[in-house]
Design a protein around this ligand. Structure first.
Ligand code: SAM
Length: 271
């Protein structure tokens, strides 16, 4: 860290205002930045080569070895590193128990062509018009845990770089490639790559563990309220139903995604 380190104490400092504003989609879109919170998650982003513009550290934690190491690697990668009192950390993240490190990272926007090439046996999950950032972050985390090749965001979705999505992903956002696409381009891409398309649907005709997910495949999940439109279900090779026997009409999207992802991985022998 610079000697002496840059130390900001005023909530009206322009940098603090900018970081706080990243809670809003408009400011994230205009600046191309997003906020990640927590020493482990910020360290993960830096280690994965994501560009941190600014790293903010709670002043009373700055001497800890793990935090000093984050500051050093952030500075080496060109980030501005500043210290603030704890009350400003809470202000930036709008949480009472603020983390000791937060960072503003530059967003990445991938297209289908940027995803890891669909090798035979590749497994992807596509989310049609996902609206809840908590669901999106949780699915990124599950996809990461199961080693998927990528996540595809279809149509108009919530922002993967919102505070809530980043928090729910617990750092998997840095590891799991995700790309946005319209359905038609996506369908052309997956056919050209020889990937089958299995939708998880409450209209499923095959039980989820009877769908063949053992070869190159995309699992398609529907929107939280409306599920999948008929024309998209018609374009799928298989409609898979996860059995239910209570009164609820469906599972939560992130939970249904986890069941499908882990079923595919089970079929592949957890290799
Ligand atoms: N009312 C919506 C519908 O008719 O599809 C429910 C949407 S549900 C909350 C969100 C998504 O989770 C669904 O589109 C589907 O992809 C998946 N899902 C939820 N429960 C499921 C089940 N029992 N079987 C298969 N997929 C399910």
């Amino acid at each position: 860290m610079k000697n002496p380190p840059e130390y900001i104490t005023s909530p009206s400092n322009p940098l603090i205002k900018l970081l706080k504003s990243l809670e809003r989609k408009k400011e994230r879109a205009e600046t191309g930045l997003f906020l990640a919170e927590g020493a482990r998650i910020v360290a993960e982003g830096l280690a994965r080569g994501w560009h941190a513009e600014t790293v903010v550290i709670a002043a009373d934690m700055a001497d800890r070895a793990a935090i000093a190491s984050i500051a050093a690697s952030a500075e080496a990668a060109g980030a501005r590193v500043v210290l603030v009192p704890e009350r400003l950390m809470s202000k930036i993240t709008q949480k009472d128990n603020a983390q000791s490190v937060v960072a503003a990272f530059r967003q990445r926007h991938l297209s289908l062509a940027d995803l890891p090439a669909p090798a035979s046996g590749g497994l992807y999950i596509a989310l049609f018009e996902v609206r809840d950032p908590g669901n999106l972050g949780t699915i990124l985390r599950t996809a990461d845990c199961a080693g998927l090749s990528g996540v595809i965001l279809l149509g108009t979705t919530c922002d993967p770089y919102s505070f809530e999505a980043v928090r729910a992903s617990m750092g998997s956002l840095f590891d799991m490639p995700f790309a946005a696409s319209g359905f038609c381009d996506f369908d052309t891409w997956r056919k050209a790559a020889g990937l089958s398309l299995t939708a998880a649907s409450v209209n499923g005709t095959v039980r989820h563990d009877g769908a063949d997910l053992n070869k190159g495949a995309v699992i398609l999940m529907g929107n939280e309220q409306a599920g999948l439109p008929d024309w998209i279900e018609d374009a799928c090779d298989t409609l898979a139903l996860i059995p239910m026997r209570g009164g609820a009409d469906s599972l939560n999207l992130a939970q249904a995604s986890a069941v499908m992802i882990y079923e595919a991985w089970r079929q592949r022998g957890y290799a």
